[in-house]
Design a protein around this ligand. Structure first.
Ligand SMILES: N=CN[C@@H](CCC(=O)O)C(=O)O
Length: 326
């Protein structure tokens, strides 16, 4: 598949579909071990709050399995996890997008909300991969409406990553809490996100790896959109280090180090509506901190790939949860 595009890989059964097949083969214990290892690595790289998504099950049981793993994983890490149901991550082989939409609305969402209400899983947000050949704007709206009605879920949708569908405009008009990617966002999308209070979660690792155009981060900031940064850790963008993401945000999105820091902390917390507790050092908020050894804090952004060397302590809720070995 050398040279094939992201969607060509998917259409040939690779990408998300490959991961779905491998995830199905793995037991919950195996997935939990993998999750714990990755959360440990994220913690050592300085992450103290993370939105974590399902999306590699695509069947009701497959999605519930991943959400159970996330639920159990939350008790094994000091990182605060905010779980997102992403049953609409891809159209399962053999189904059309419309049938997959109905599957999510009629079967998956009710099962997920019921399991959450029984305390078996926790789910805070719903996500949909709104993209040409995956879920349309109309199908995304229907899934979002049902998720809000049935489960009072927050909305954080993939929009305008590859095709210009005006998904960001939809997200803003729906007053979605957040919308990720936005590489192909339109002027109307930027305006709607500002009006709707929708956080733009920009993902420079994926932008770089898929060689996508840079989302217009400077325009977004200038026009008053709240810009956040995410690692987008997934099999296609294997990066657990937010310091690397901050570096790329400065180079590729032309953010200043201070803007990148705010985007990765307070604004990222706001994308899951946790900015009253997370993302800043203020009385009444959680004392989540990194202690780094460097002449200035900007070295965490500037020294590419050096976070293991720079971060000496990670503190969660006022408790030291990681100390670098000398
Ligand atoms: N674009 C869709 N979802 C993920 C990638 C998932 C995958 O390729 O496994 C993303 O946000 O980048």
């Amino acid at each position: 598949m050398a040279g094939a595009s992201y969607m060509e890989v998917q259409k040939a059964g690779g990408g998300i579909h490959y991961t779905v097949a491998k995830t199905k083969e793995a037991s919950e214990e195996e997935l939990l071990d993998l999750l714990q290892d990755r959360l440990d690595r994220m913690l050592r790289a300085g992450t103290t709050l993370a939105e974590v998504k399902s999306g590699y099950g695509l069947t009701t049981e497959g999605e519930l399995k991943l959400l159970r793993v996330l639920h159990q994983g939350a008790s094994r890490t000091p990182i605060t996890l905010v779980p997102t149901f992403l049953g609409a991550h891809a159209v399962p082989p053999g189904l059309e997008p419309e049938a997959a939409t109905r599957l999510v609305i009629e079967e998956q969402l009710p099962a997920v909300v019921a399991a959450r209400n029984r305390g078996e899983i926790s789910v805070s947000c719903v996500d949909v991969f709104c993209e040409a050949g995956v879920f349309s704007v109309d199908q995304t709206k229907r899934i979002v409406a049902e998720a809000r009605k049935l489960g009072d879920l927050m909305v954080n949708v993939h929009v305008d990553e590859l095709a210009k569908l005006d998904g960001a405009k939809m997200a803003g008009e729906l007053q979605a809490e957040a919308a990720s990617h936005c590489e192909e966002v339109s002027a109307a999308g930027i305006s709607a996100m500002r009006t709707g209070g929708t956080v733009a979660v920009l993902l420079p690792t994926t932008q770089m790896l898929l060689r996508l155009p840079a989302p217009p981060a400077r325009d977004m900031i200038k026009q008053g959109v709240i810009v956040a940064l995410g690692s987008d850790f997934n099999p296609n963008a294997f990066c657990l280090s937010m310091a690397t993401v901050l570096h790329l945000a400065c180079v590729l999105l032309r953010l200043s180090p201070a803007e990148a820091l705010t985007a990765a902390t307070l604004n990222a917390a706001h994308s899951v509506r946790r900015s009253h507790l997370h993302g800043a050092l203020q009385p009444g908020m959680r004392a989540d901190m990194l202690l780094i050894q460097a002449p200035r804090w900007e070295h965490l952004v500037y020294q590419l790939g050096e976070h293991h060397h720079l971060i000496h302590h990670v503190v969660c809720s006022g408790r030291v949860v990681y100390t670098k070995k000398e």
